[in-house]
Design a protein around this ligand. Structure first.
Ligand code: NAD
Length: 483
């Protein structure tokens, strides 16, 4: 867990600076590892390697089938490293090990395998002939990609960018976050072993400043970013200057809509469990629970019981469901939101405190807030912690209005005894992802991403490949395409 070098140009290189940064375990508050602190010169070197690999190297010029073979090998190797990735993320960002398959490892190898398969059937070129006019419409790789990932699912979100970027024929500089920089070294090792050519993938963890250096670098053609809406807006503005292509997966304040025919006894524990997954540090978490006014008290009681029954503790213990928050500042932020909600008139139906049995670590109990109005700050801003707000609605139309009354639009869930009615409501949600009677985590075949301030573009699915392609039309004499 003590890393001394960065992965650049197909090998492990010494950092430009001499500073080191500890990685702190959120459960013990003790160092679990160390990484070099990246400076601008490290990013310059990584971008130069990616640029050379794109402009002069073999990768963009390989056939899709040849690239698919490398991605398929990477998928096999990453599948073998899942336990390593799970262990490291548990140490570095506090993910409960029981939750790691869902958040940290389940969509890494599978994403590479999906894009390997897609490459074997995807048409990158389309011939068009219309009378005396003809053209080849080609999808070509966008170029050098800066992949910026947050700490909550660092390898998963790096895979969601790297796999389709490589499939497209791009080269990549991955910047993992300073809070959780270690797990992506495993990604670098696996891609190296899979035979990804030198310079095609480079991994340099670092903070906001070097991140900004990377996204404004003249050698970068495209930024693929996951993180907060605030940082996403800043990056989009920075990218405007050079019209660097940008895709953004940002925050959310998503709603779970419970209709009046739902079976509360089964539905509420599922909603609460999903909302507390990864201590609520999930962009798509459905943290506004919209419930029929006539059943409001019943739901609050059921939600409070479900939250109180959740096992909070050491993330290394397989019995733990909710571990700590990633950092002390994140716990302060969550506590601030809970306190602010109470000041605004809400009440704490469960949790709301640090667990008394845990003397170390940045924990907050699974928390249910009642008496919340959708206009309150706690219902409009992303908390990124284990806090659900229960909000009453007056029927399907009102529930849809409340669900859509948000500057975000990432996910939405509908819970009902009648799936067809649920689907009709789901279609009215202004979100990039919606579900009926399930907390479906993403899967590689379908796109994931948000409306409104939750982002731009989609990751995963065939749509995720489009993030890394430009369209080029080449007009040609029709005779070239005929016969
Ligand atoms: P953050 O926005 O502060 O940082 C995310 C990443 O961007 C980090 O690697 C950080 O170093 C980098 N960064 C920040 N500012 C930058 C800048 N100006 N230029 C270049 N790089 C910059 O977010 P965080 O605290 O790391 O993560 C939590 C946030 O991420 C939450 O708001 C959450 O909703 C969001 N998130 C969204 C998704 C999604 O798929 N929509 C997934 C996970 C997290």
């Amino acid at each position: 867990m003590h890393r001394t070098r960065f992965y650049v140009d197909g090998g492990w290189v010494e950092p430009a600076g001499s500073e080191r940064q500890p990685v702190i375990s959120p459960s013990t508050e003790e160092p679990v590892g160390e990484v070099p602190v990246a400076v601008a010169a490290d990013m310059d070197r990584a971008v130069a390697a990616a640029r050379a690999a794109f402009d002069d190297g073999p990768w963009p010029r390989l056939s899709p089938a040849e690239r698919a073979d490398v991605l398929a090998r990477a998928a096999e190797l990453l599948a073998k490293r899942e336990a390593d990735i799970a262990g490291i993320t548990t140490d570095e960002m506090g993910c409960a090990v029981s939750q790691a398959p869902q958040a940290q490892t389940g969509l890494v190898a599978r994403t590479f395998a999906f894009y390997a398969d897609l490459l074997r059937t995807h048409d990158f070129e389309r011939p068009v002939v219309a009378g005396d006019r003809a053209a080849i419409v080609a999808q070509v790789p966008v170029g050098v990609v800066a992949a910026i990932v947050p700490w909550n699912a660092p390898v998963t979100l790096a895979a969601w960018k790297t796999a389709p970027a490589l499939a497209a024929g791009c080269t990549v500089v991955v910047k993992p976050p300073p809070e959780a920089p270690l797990s992506n070294f495993v990604l670098a090792e696996a891609l190296h072993e899979a035979g990804v050519p030198a310079g095609v993938v480079n991994v340099v963890p670092g903070g906001r400043e070097v991140g900004q250096h990377l996204v404004t670098h003249p050698g970068v053609d495209k930024v693929a970013f996951t993180g907060s809406t605030e940082a996403g807006k800043r990056i989009m503005a920075l990218c405007a200057d050079r019209m660097t292509r940008v895709s953004l997966e940002l925050g959310g304040k998503s709603a779970a809509v419970v209709l009046d025919d739902a079976d509360l006894a089964t539905v509420i524990p599922q909603i609460v469990g999903a909302g507390m997954h990864l201590s609520g540090q999930v962009c798509g978490a459905q943290t506004r629970v919209l419930v029929p006014r006539s059943r409001y008290d019943e739901v609050v009681d059921a939600a409070a019981a479900a939250a109180s029954g959740i096992t909070v503790g050491d993330p290394h213990d397989p019995a733990t469901f909710v571990g700590p928050l990633v950092a002390e500042r994140q716990r302060t932020r969550v506590e601030g939101y809970v306190g602010g909600a109470v000041d605004d008139g809400a009440s704490v139906a469960a949790g709301g405190r640090r667990p008394p049995h845990l003397s170390r670590g940045w924990y907050v109990e699974p928390t249910i807030l009642a008496g919340v109005d959708n206009s309150m700050r706690v219902a409009q801003e992303e908390i990124f912690g284990p806090v659900l707000c229960v909000i009453p609605h007056d029927g399907d139309d009102d529930a849809v209005r409340l669900a859509n009354d948000s500057r975000f639009g990432l996910t939405g869930g509908v819970w009902t005894g009648d799936p067809a009615r649920g689907l009709a409501v789901a279609r009215r949600l202004r979100t990039g992802v919606a579900t009926v009677n399930r907390n479906s985590p993403p899967f590689p075949l379908v796109p994931f991403g948000g409306f409104k301030e939750s982002g731009m573009g989609r990751e995963l699915g065939p749509e995720g490949l489009q993030n890394f392609l430009e369209t080029r039309t080449i007009g040609v004499p029709p005779s070239l395409l005929e016969g």
